[in-house]
Structure formats: C-alpha cells, structure tokens
Design a binder for this molecule. Structure first.
Ligand SMILES: [Zn+2]
Length: 213
C-alpha cells in the first residue's frame, strides 16, 4: 500500500480521537502524531524495506502501553505517543493486507509482506490490495482521507490535500515507473547498482555479479 494510505488510516483514527475527546490534546498534535506514525515505518525504504522499521507486534505492544497511559494520565505527550504507535502498528497490519516485496508486485510472486521480529519470520501478503499504487489502493486512500479532511483544518488539512494529490499522481505513474526502471537500471554502472536495494533491480539473479566482474 502507498505510504499515503497508511498516513490517511492513522489520521482517520486521529480524527475519531479528536472528535470524541477534543479537550485532552490539541487536534493538530493528534493529527501530526498520526501522520508521523503512519509514515515512519516506510523510512526503511533505502534499507531492508518492511523489516528494518516495521514492527507489527512491538508497535502494537507500545500502542497498548501508551494507550493505557493516555487513559490514566491524559496529557498531550501520552496521547501523542499512543497515536504515533497506533498509526505505526496499523501501518504494519495494512502492509500484510497488501502485496509482496518485489519489483512487479502485481505479479504476486513474493511471499514477503512485512517482517515480524517477535516471531522471527515474514508475514505473507494477503493481496486484498494487490500492490501499492493499485486503483483499489487509491480508492482506499481516498476513503480514509475523508474523516481527516472533515475534522482537521489549517495546515493539517492542506497537507492531507497535498498527500491526496500525490496519491493520485503515484497511482498514475506506478506501472510506467517500472517500465522506466527496467530500461534505466540495467544501464547504470555496477558501482551504482551495488548500493541499490536488490529487490528494485529488474536483473536476473547473478547478473549483477557478472556485470561487476
Ligand atoms: Zn510499510
């Protein structure tokens, strides 16, 4: 799923929290915590994507602990922390509902959706949303954006509108992007290819070693 879909999911929960308990924490703080939590796991894109910063079990545990803390001592900090971890946990669960880790995720050949550090294994992709940038992904992102657009205003609302526009653009270029990648990546010098994550390379196994010989 797109990073923006994850962000909108977190913001939907933030919109609910702000509506139910507006007096506890400033709406913007709840929204920003959800945006950060929804986006943060995907910062591992240049590293071991969906493993380095994806912690389905640990984020959920932290969300539970922070949630209890926020109920007992409802302050800006405890609510923001609960919101952050809840959005991050939701992100990881949503990744398992999407496609696998592969150059062309619509081909459905990967069995790796998100890494579960607690159990030490990859969770398989359910492919309810076939791949990031799929039409159904954009549909989900748009639906999840609605509560945030209704509840929040000012810069938060502006940011959500920008993210929605980015989602539409990404969906439009998702497959052409792979065509460009297939053409461009094999032309790059081996030194550059060596630092790129292996999963984004449309090159047969072993071809990279042959090229760098
Ligand atoms: Zn992710």
């Amino acid at each position: 799923m797109m990073a923006t879909t994850h962000v909108f999911a977190g913001v939907s929960v933030a919109a609910l929290v702000t509506t139910v308990a507006p007096e506890v924490t400033p709406a913007a703080v709840v929204a920003v915590a959800a945006i950060c939590g929804g986006f943060a796991p995907d910062l591992d894109l240049p590293a071991d994507h969906r493993k380095t910063l994806h912690f389905p079990v640990y984020y959920a545990g932290c969300a539970l602990a922070a949630g209890v803390a926020a109920l007992v001592v409802p302050t800006t900090v405890t609510v923001a922390l609960a919101m952050f971890f809840l959005a991050a946990a939701l992100h990881c669960v949503m990744d398992a509902a999407g496609g696998g880790l592969e150059f062309k995720p619509w081909e459905g050949t990967s069995e790796q959706a998100v890494y579960d550090h607690y159990h030490g294994r990859w969770i398989r992709p359910r492919r309810w949303i076939r791949y990031d940038g799929a039409p159904e992904d954009l549909l989900l992102a748009s639906a999840l954006a609605v509560p945030g657009l209704i509840v929040f205003d000012g810069p938060v609302r502006d940011l959500l509108v920008v993210l929605l526009v980015v989602s539409v653009g990404y969906t439009a270029i998702r497959k052409p992007l792979v065509v460009v990648g297939e053409w461009l990546l094999p032309k790059l010098p081996p030194r550059v290819l060596a630092v790129l994550p292996e999963r984004i390379l449309p090159i047969e196994d072993g071809a990279l070693e042959e090229r760098s010989d």
